[in-house]
Design a protein around this ligand. Structure first.
Ligand code: ZN
Ligand code: ZN
Length: 128
């Protein structure tokens, strides 16, 4: 399952937003949805990992009409291979370990064209 590609452009200046919410991956005034593609309900990005025994995090949820900030419990799904889901309870998509961001893969394929020695796994088998 690919990652949802929704982007939220924020009108709050990036440094202010980062200071207020400890945003993990703030990129010049926009954040990316962390859910899987075609998810149900609103888009979501985690703003702050609440580490006070609550067992959850602060998330921004948004849609075409607005943004809201909510405190949500962690998804309790039993993780395979000791990996946590990393999403909130009742998230409307696949679990975190099922959501794949295709961007790093696309970057590796581009780099393999220029530096094939560093990416032997991308060398075509049909070369002589
Ligand atoms: Zn989304
Ligand atoms: Zn989950």
């Amino acid at each position: 399952m690919n990652k949802c590609t929704a982007v939220m452009v924020t009108s709050t200046p990036a440094p202010v937003l980062a200071m207020l919410s400890h945003v993990r991956e703030l990129r010049d005034g926009h954040v990316l949805c962390e859910l899987g593609e075609n998810h149900e309900d609103d888009h979501a990005v985690m703003l702050d990992d609440v580490d006070n025994g609550f067992g959850g995090a602060v998330w921004a949820r948004w849609n075409e009409t607005g943004v809201r900030t909510v405190l949500l419990s962690w998804c309790p799904a039993g993780p395979p291979e000791d990996r946590a889901c990393g999403l909130f309870m009742d998230h409307g998509s696949g679990h975190g370990w099922e959501v794949i961001d295709p961007t790093p893969e696309a970057i590796r394929r581009e780099l393999a064209k220029q530096y094939p020695d560093h990416f032997p796994e991308y060398i075509d088998d049909d070369r002589d």
